[in-house]
Design a binder for this molecule. Structure first.
Ligand SMILES: [Zn+2]
Length: 345
């Protein structure tokens, strides 16, 4: 019998208490759907982890105190909106703290060796939240707070963040743009919301090359994503030698997603997970944490989540079939990154 990895799971009905109002795609139903699929999806080695609220000090590892105060000021207000996409409800501040804290609980469990890897199914999502601004459904940047927490509380230095959500994670990029110790990688539809994420955005100063953007035209799918991972992202990550891998795991590049125009399937997410597990196994003692970002078709979300959990449970990273991407789709990224990394192809 194959050994199954211990995989930590953070999921909680309280994540449904952040109420975005009728018709909003980032709805409580997303967490309900994930809880439903986790009820059916059982494999050995899944370890439920109880989330806790992040403290204001922990949130301030990544955010300006004034921003934390602005979000805190929405507590108890039935409805407020940071922008047209980013509404809050009376419980949103508390649930956003629970989202960030849920990620920290997962990171602690991985660092302590209680689990090998894991997935935090939190909302609100985080990757559009900038240090001083809520936007794009996001209040606090869960992944960015997590990366800072790994550095400050656990003494790690080099952190790899891979953001495969279909949107560019402007907030995460912004947080680490001048930080050579955090490699931020994003694959995303481009041009598209939020408008950032050109291949030429590579990081500033001493951090040049520590931001890696793979902008894709609409209509890309498993072949383009797998090619980006195997030809660019993994080779760069291997040279960076991360001590921990965090995945900003949105599932809105899925072919059934209503917001975007990509064609990724569950098997594409499996391949990406497999390739990142290889990086984590080589450099980071297998330490990998996935954190939910977008994904708005509930059935696609359920199927993708089950597939990634399945892959996280395999004994070791396996092979990935070679991809046949459309011609030229990685050229801009390769040209932008070659000054900083040894890249073939
Ligand atoms: Zn997204």
């Amino acid at each position: 019998m194959l050994t199954r990895m211990q995989t930590g799971l953070v999921v909680d009905p309280r994540y449904e208490e952040h109420d975005t109002g009728p018709g909003h795609p980032e709805s409580p139903a997303r967490v309900r759907a994930i809880r439903a699929v986790l009820e059916q999806y059982r494999r050995p080695g899944l370890v439920p982890l109880e989330p806790r609220p992040a403290t204001q000090e922990e949130i301030a590892l990544n955010h300006a105190p004034a921003h934390v105060a602005r979000v805190a000021a929405t507590a108890g207000r039935p409805a407020y909106a940071f922008d047209a996409d980013t509404p809050t409800s009376a419980r949103s501040y508390e649930i956003a703290r629970l989202a960030a804290g849920g990620c920290l609980v997962l990171l602690d469990a991985i660092m302590d060796g209680a689990v090998a890897n894991g997935f935090a199914f939190v909302r609100p999502p985080g990757h559009h939240a900038e240090p001083d601004r809520a936007m794009g459904f996001c209040l606090f940047n869960n992944v960015a707070i997590g990366a800072r927490y790994l550095q400050r509380r656990h003494g790690l230095r080099r952190i790899l963040i891979v953001d495969w959500d279909v949107h560019h994670g402007n907030g995460t990029q912004d947080s680490f743009y001048d930080d050579p110790d955090v490699l931020y990688v994003s694959t995303h539809q481009y041009p598209f919301y939020p408008g950032t994420g050109a291949a030429a955005e590579v990081g500033g100063g001493a951090a040049a090359g520590r931001t890696l953007n793979v902008p894709f035209p609409a209509g890309c799918g498993d072949d383009e994503y797998v090619a980006a991972f195997s030809r660019v992202i993994v080779p760069v990550a291997e040279q960076f030698r991360p001590e921990f891998v965090i995945v900003s795991a949105g599932f809105d590049a899925h072919r059934r997603d209503p917001l975007a125009s990509m064609t990724v399937t569950e098997e594409g997410y499996r391949a990406m997970t497999r390739l990142l597990r290889g990086v984590a196994a080589t450099h980071a003692q297998g330490r990998l944490a996935a954190v939910l970002e977008g994904g708005y078709d509930l059935r696609a979300l359920q199927a993708s989540v089950a597939t990634v959990l399945d892959e996280l449970g395999t004994a070791g990273p396996g092979e990935v079939a070679s991809a046949r991407p459309r011609a030229g789709v990685l050229d801009a990224t390769l040209a932008a990154q070659r000054p900083f990394w040894d890249l073939a192809g």
